[in-house]
Design a protein around this ligand. Sequence first.
Ligand SMILES: [Zn+2]
Ligand SMILES: [Zn+2]
Length: 197
Amino acid sequence: MKSLQEHLSEAAAFHGESCPGQVLGVRLARAGLRSIGIDDPLSDRWRKNIIVFVEIDRCAADAIMVVTGCRVGKRTLKLKDYGIMAATFVNLESGRAVRVVAREEARKLAPSYAPGASGKYEQQRLAYAVMPEEDLCSFEDVEVSLPPEEMPGPPFSRVKCQKCGEHVQDGREQSTGGAVLCRSCAQGGYFVRRGRG
Ligand SMILES: [Zn+2]
Ligand SMILES: [Zn+2]
């Protein structure tokens, strides 16, 4: 495993700043990898054998991506936006899955780990780098379902939406009243169509 310092600078470079979320994300990712028995996530052995579920779409998600090497585009990083500062690390070789959650207490303890720092932001940024793991996060063993349509590799399936005609990959279609539809046709999407160009 690279040093904490290396991970912190790589994460800050990728994210564009060193912020409390980067530091926390780096620590969670290092703890998560270690808890599933992975020391060298970017090696050939592990590169394709780690999947991470990230539960927040904030700063820490970038750091977790950098440290684990997992990527949305490789299907090894799954964003489950629950708004919780947590991530689950899955070792595909052993099947072990551990969910790591940032402890609420860590926020309150930050000032005592960064006595010289002024302001909450700077206190947290410095404290999260040095705080012992037991104060920073908690761990739980979990089971994660990873069906074939969630796995890396070639597309699992590809079907045409019977309403809009767009193609849906990897089983994301829905069957509604006998019709096979994309999600936005089936249940309404994040956009409203205003005319095609
Ligand atoms: Zn940030
Ligand atoms: Zn559709």
